[in-house]
Design a binder for this molecule. Structure first.
Ligand code: DGY
Length: 322
C-alpha cells in the first residue's frame, strides 16, 4: 500500500497546470473562492494540513503563524518576495518557509523596461487621450517625452532582477550606475558604476529603478530628501515593492515636475493605490503585472511545488528561507 499523500492547503486559485499538479501529488484543498482568506478562515482551513501553498496576497503575520495548527510544517509561497510571511515566527515554530526566486527574473525585468519606456515616452497619457477620442492628430510638439538612449540608469538593488534590467538597458546604450549592499564582482558588474552610499548614486540617475526587497531598512527608502538629490526631470520606476517609496513625496515631486514621470507596478497597501497618483498624467500605473506571464506563473507554481516535494521527501528544499 502506498504512503498517504501529504495534505496541502492551496490558498488561492493558481494556474491550471499548477493546481493540476498539486491535486495529483497531494491531498490538496484549493480555496476556490478566488479571493484571499482572512486570518480566521486561513487558520480554520489549515486544520489537519501538512503544508500550505500561499501567495504574496496572503498575510501570514506572526499572530497568524502562532495560531496555525501543529500539523503545518511548511509554508511555500508562490512569490520571490516574502515580506507577507513572518519568517522568524515560522522558524520559531519549526516551520519551513520557501519562496520562488529565479523563475520570475526575466518577466519582472521586462516589466521594469516597460515601465521605464512607458513613463519616459508618455505612452500612458497618449493612450488615454486616444481612447477618450481627444487625439487631434500628430503635431511636432505633442507628447514630447524623454529619450532613454544614452541616459544614466541608477539601479537600487543589484540582485537577479536588477542585473537583468541592467543587461536589457545596456542594449538601449544606457550607462548603468547602482547601489547594492555589496559591490558585485567585476565580471558581473560589467562596467557599471558602484555607489556604496545610495545618496551618492541619486545625483547620477536620469532614470532610477528600484529592485530591492522590502525590509525595515528599505521601507520608504525613496523619500522627499532622496528625491531632492535626483537630477531635475528624472524618471522613477518601481517594480519592487510599493512601500519602498514614500508616496506623498513621489506624488509631490510628480506634481512639481521635479520627477518628470514615474512607472509604477507596485503600491503601498495594495490593492489600494494612493489617490494622489490617479489624476497625474505623468504617472503610469500598472496593477502588479511584473511576473504575470503564463510561462512565469507556471514556473513559479512548479518551483513552489518542487520545494514542497523536496520537503515531504525528507530533503532540503532548494529555496528554504527558514
Ligand atoms: C513576487 O513574486 O514577489 C511578486 O511580487 C509576485 O509577482
Amino acid at each position: 500500500m502506498s504512503a498517504p499523500k501529504p495534505k496541502l492547503l492551496v490558498t488561492q486559485r493558481f494556474p491550471k497546470a499548477v493546481e493540476a499538479r498539486a491535486l495529483s501529488d497531494y491531498e490538496a484543498r484549493v480555496n476556490e473562492t478566488g479571493a484571499s482568506w482572512g486570518a480566521d478562515e486561513l487558520i480554520e482551513a489549515s486544520a489537519g494540513m501538512d503544508g500550505l501553498l500561499v501567495a504574496a496576497n496572503d498575510s501570514l503575520r506572526g499572530d497568524v503563524i502562532e495560531r496555525l495548527p501543529e500539523s503545518v510544517r511548511i509554508i511555500a509561497t508562490f512569490s520571490v518576495g516574502y515580506e507577507h510571511i513572518d519568517v522568524a515566527a515560522a522558524r520559531e515554530r519549526g516551520m519551513v518557509v520557501t519562496n520562488t526566486p529565479d523563475v520570475l527574473t526575466d518577466a519582472t525585468a521586462d516589466m521594469a523596461v516597460l515601465l521605464m519606456l512607458t513613463a519616459a515616452r508618455r505612452a500612458g497619457e497618449g493612450e488615454r487621450t486616444l481612447r477618450a477620442g481627444a487625439w487631434t492628430g500628430w503635431t511636432p510638439t505633442q507628447f514630447l517625452g524623454t529619450q532613454v538612449t544614452g541616459k544614466r540608469l541608477g539601479i537600487v538593488g543589484m540582485g537577479r532582477i536588477g542585473r537583468a534590467v541592467a543587461h536589457r538597458m545596456r542594449a538601449f546604450a544606457m550607462e548603468i550606475h547602482y547601489h547594492n549592499r555589496n559591490r558585485l564582482a567585476a565580471g558581473i558588474e560589467d562596467g557599471a558604476a558602484f555607489y556604496a552610499d545610495l545618496d551618492d548614486l541619486l545625483p547620477n540617475c536620469d532614470f532610477l529603478s528600484l529592485h530591492c526587497p522590502l525590509t525595515p531598512e528599505t521601507a520608504k527608502l525613496l523619500n522627499a530628501e532622496r528625491i531632492a538629490k535626483l537630477p531635475d526631470g528624472a524618471v522613477v520606476v518601481n517594480s519592487a515593492r510599493g512601500a519602498v517609496v514614500d508616496d506623498r513625496a513621489l506624488i509631490a515631486a510628480l506634481e512639481s515636475g521635479k520627477v518628470a514621470a514615474a512607472g509604477l507596478d507596485v503600491y503601498d497597501g495594495e490593492p489600494n493605490v494612493n489617490a494622489g497618483y490617479m489624476g497625474l498624467e505623468n504617472a503610469f500605473l500598472a496593477p502588479h503585472l511584473g511576473s504575470a506571464t503564463v510561462e512565469t506563473r507556471n514556473a513559479m507554481g512548479f518551483r513552489a511545488l518542487d520545494n514542497l516535494d523536496a520537503f515531504f521527501a525528507g530533503a532540503d528544499p532548494l529555496d528554504r528561507l527558514s
